[in-house]
Design a protein around this ligand. Structure first.
Ligand code: RB5
Length: 156
C-alpha cells in the first residue's frame, strides 16, 4: 500500500460508531485506513482531531481524510486551518461529488448527528469515486492558494 491508497479517519466523541462503520466500509473497497481515533466515549475537543487528520493529508501520508463530529462543522473548520487542506461538510451525495470535481477537496467532513449511516456511506462513496475536473476549476484553486499564502488579518 502507498499513501495514494491511504485514508485517515478521525472524529470527536460524537461520531465514534459512524467513523468505525465508515472505516470498515472503505477497507472492504480496498482502501488502507489510518483510523486515528478516538476509541473511548469521553468528551474530546474536535479541533485536535481535525488537526491530527489534516496534518496526515497535508504531509502526503494520506491521500484523503474523512472526519466527523456532531455536525461536521467544527472539525471541518479546524482541518481547514491547516495549509493545503480543502475540506467540505457534506450531508448529501451531490455536494460530496462536487467538492471533488470542482474543489479538489482532499478531506470530507460528515455530521454524525445530521445524517444516518446509509446516507453517510453513500456520501463517502460519492466523494471517493469522483475525480477533479481541472480546467477552470484549477484556476480557482490557485486563487484559494494565493489567499492561503497571504492570510488576511483585519485590524479590530
Ligand atoms: C460536541 O458536542 C459538538 O459540539 C461537536 O461534535 C460538533 O458538532 C461541533 O461542531
Amino acid at each position: 500500500m502507498t499513501a495514494s491508497n491511504r485514508i485517515v479517519l478521525s472524529s470527536d466523541h460524537s461520531a465514534i460508531q459512524l467513523r468505525q462503520t465508515i472505516a470498515a466500509h472503505i477497507v472492504a473497497q480496498g482502501w488502507e485506513v489510518a483510523d486515528i481515533g478516538p476509541t473511548t466515549p469521553e468528551s474530546t475537543p474536535y479541533p485536535k482531531h481535525g488537526e491530527a487528520a489534516a496534518r496526515l493529508v497535508a504531509t502526503g501520508d494520506c491521500r484523503f481524510g474523512i472526519i466527523l463530529c456532531g455536525t461536521g462543522q467544527g472539525i471541518m473548520m479546524a482541518a481547514n486551518k491547516v495549509k493545503g487542506i480543502r475540506c467540505g461538510v457534506c450531508a448529501d451525495t451531490f455536494s460530496a461529488r462536487m467538492i471533488r470535481q470542482h474543489n479538489d477537496a482532499n478531506m470530507l467532513s460528515i455530521g454524525a448527528r445530521v445524517v444516518g449511516e446509509g446516507l453517510a456511506l453513500d456520501i463517502v462513496d460519492a466523494f471517493l469515486t469522483a475525480q477533479f475536473e481541472r480546467g477552470r476549476h484549477a484556476v480557482r484553486l490557485e486563487m484559494i492558494e494565493e489567499l492561503e499564502k497571504h492570510r488576511i488579518s483585519v485590524p479590530v
